[in-house]
Design a protein around this ligand. Structure first.
Ligand code: SAM
Ligand code: SF4
Ligand code: FES
Length: 359
């Protein structure tokens, strides 16, 4: 039973209580009018500005390997994609990217890859500790997929601060629709629990509009995130890749993505919320719109320009022909253009310091 008669009341309740009953959440997401939407974004921005004061954090993303042992149906890096161009960066190349990122003002380096067993735990620990030794004032974020608790502990002990692992979908049935047998939501959640328990700042998240996704699945994801309380949430639209089983599926919608960004900001007021490259791919102003709907992080690409067009998760990915410095300055320009300010500090989750902002 719905408790409210208008979406404005639902949004007010969500802002106040950081939650909303399932039926009201469903109605809000399914019947959003233009004025509702404006109001929702305004509330989300106010909450974000309260905690982060118009700061947008920059993370420098190094995509260090396009090899993957998995076969997720949606992703261009899946192992069955014979047309994918594969590359690996050696540790010296990764350090050179991190050094360049540091020069450009990045104080968080995100290391992302397919699940590539070529890099042993020792290798990953050496890469993490190498970056921390060179740049002790930088945070290192890993996004290298599902590992054992022991491996996660080793990377943490080597100095990794944060970990991004989207749950992709909380519904077991939908998870099976997106992944081959062997990959389970149970293990994905086990990983997320271990990461949090070890002490990482943890990011989960979903693709919006992924094939087969229903409103019920989205509600499950919202309640999962509300309970799990991640420090970061990565959500962006699904975009098809021509060499995957989902080549002919539709992309996720810009509006749906913006609605969810704003709802997540109200549910988890202090969360670090990227305006993703995928959002910037389906709409040239997608990242700016994301920030105006409550996002507060952007992740410009730091990968060497020679490999960028090989890390193709989906078709049409932006920034594949640009240099790191170009993306850095482009983002600064875009962000100041909408009245926000790029922050070059580490940008930790602001609840780390007794609810205050850690700069
Ligand atoms: N292999 C690691 C993993 O899966 O967690 C990290 C890299 S993976 C490429 C990072 C994210 O890319 C995934 O969590 C997924 O949500 C996103 N992604 C993959 N294919 C996508 C697509 N076709 N459209 C939008 N996002 C996609
Ligand atoms: Fe591999 Fe990650 Fe792509 Fe799945 S989403 S195929 S694990 S890179
Ligand atoms: Fe890469 Fe604009 S962010 S060119």
């Amino acid at each position: 039973m719905a408790d409210y008669s208008s979406n404005l009341d639902r949004i007010d309740h969500l802002r106040r209580a950081h939650t909303l009953g399932r039926e009201d959440m469903r109605i809000l997401l399914e019947s959003m009018t233009d004025p509702d939407e404006e109001y929702l974004y305004k509330q989300a921005r106010e909450v974000c500005d309260h905690y982060y004061h118009k700061a947008v954090y920059l993370r420098g993303l190094i995509e260090f390997s396009s090899y993957c042992r998995n076969d997720c149906y949606y992703c261009g890096l899946r192992r069955s994609n014979r047309n994918a161009q594969r590359y690996r960066l050696g540790s010296d190349e990764i350090f050179a990217c991190a050094d360049q990122g540091y020069e450009l003002g990045f104080r968080t380096i995100v290391l992302q890859s397919g699940e590539d067993l070529h890099y042993s735990d020792d290798d990953l620990c050496r890469i993490v500790s190498g970056i921390k030794e060179r740049h002790p004032d930088c945070a290192v974020t890993l996004s290298v997929g599902e590992k054992s608790r022991e491996s996660y502990q080793r990377y943490f002990d080597a100095g990794a601060d944060r970990y991004l692992l989207r749950q992709e979908t909380s519904s077991p049935e939908h998870y099976r629709h997106l992944h081959p047998p062997g990959l389970t939501i149970g293990n994905r959640k086990r990983c997320l629990n271990d990461l949090k328990d070890i002490g990482y700042q943890v990011g989960c998240g979903i693709m919006v509009g992924s094939p087969g996704q229903t409103i019920e699945d989205i509600l499950e994801d919202l309640y999962y995130m509300s309970e799990f309380k991640p420090h970061m949430v990565g959500i962006g639209p699904f975009i098809p890749h021509r060499d995957t089983p989902f080549a002919h599926e539709k992309s996720g919608e810009v509006k749906d993505t913006l609605h969810l960004l704003a709802v997540i900001r109200l549910m988890l007021p202090m969360v670090l919320l990227p305006a993703t490259t995928a959002l910037g791919t389906i709409d040239p102003l997608g990242r700016e719109k994301g920030i105006l709907a409550g996002a507060n992080v952007v992740m410009p690409n730091l990968s060497p320009s020679g490999v960028r067009d090989k890390y193709l998760l989906y078709d049409g990915k932006i920034c594949t022909g640009d240099e790191a410095a170009e993306c850095r300055h482009c983002m600064e320009h875009r962000i100041s253009g909408i009245g926000y300010e790029v922050q070059v500090s580490r940008g930790d989750w602001c609840g780390m310091e007794n609810g205050g902002l850690k700069r």
